[in-house]
Design a protein around this ligand. Structure first.
Ligand SMILES: CC(C)(COP(=O)(O)OP(=O)(O)OC[C@H]1O[C@@H](n2cnc3c(N)ncnc32)[C@H](O)[C@@H]1OP(=O)(O)O)[C@@H](O)C(=O)NCCC(=O)NCCS
Length: 161
């Protein structure tokens, strides 16, 4: 199933309990890849920054598209001059089912409306899943200049048709 059975929405204040439950259920490895080693088990503290109003931050969530469906993934970017910094994470049991692809498509479309022309992200060098995901999506994957532990992924958006 690739991207089917999903609903993608912008983060809303009332999503906080669902987001906390989602983050609490992520495996240590998935948290490690997303947070680059800062593996806290305090989901409430981890998600708190997302709920501080910040017009520079865009966050989209993927939900199971069914009554009482839970959050299964999220992606965010920060609107900085130049490429917007992005990151994403998908629930372990939902990985390799098209969730990340859907999230990235929606986040790019949202970002484009804010004038963003490129995404950039820092990915742990050991995170072969995200490196392959990005390469498949046309990102350049390059060593980070001052940090052997991470690689930089970057993609210019195609021109609008
Ligand atoms: C990396 C991640 C975001 C990808 O999301 P996803 O929903 O699993 O990705 P998709 O199902 O949309 O995958 C699309 C393609 O990317 C590639 N890909 C994704 N995960 C992969 C993996 N673990 N190994 C190899 N290729 C992978 C595949 O080519 C895949 O297509 P296929 O399944 O038809 O072969 C997700 O696995 C994840 O959350 N990982 C842990 C957290 C993380 O690493 N976040 C990134 C830090 S910014």
């Amino acid at each position: 199933m690739h991207g089917a059975g999903l609903r993608v929405s912008d983060l809303k204040p009332q999503d906080r309990p669902a987001v906390e439950a989602w983050v609490a259920g992520l495996s240590e490895q998935t948290r490690y890849f997303r947070l680059h080693g800062a593996v806290s088990s305090d989901a409430s503290a981890l998600v708190a920054p997302l709920f501080v109003p910040n017009p520079q931050r865009l966050v989209v969530l993927a939900w199971e598209d069914q009554p009482n469906g839970v959050v299964v993934g999220g992606a965010q970017c920060v609107l900085t001059p130049g490429p917007a910094e992005f990151a994403m994470v998908v629930t372990d049991a939902w990985q390799r089912r098209g969730v990340g692809t859907r999230l990235l498509d929606v986040l790019m479309a949202r970002a484009r409306l804010h004038g963003v022309r490129a995404f950039r992200g820092a990915v742990l060098a050991s995170n072969h899943g995200m490196r392959t995901f990005c390469a498949r999506r046309g990102f350049a994957v390059e060593p980070s200049p001052r940090d052997h532990a991470t690689v930089t992924v970057q993609k210019e958006f195609p021109s609008a048709a």
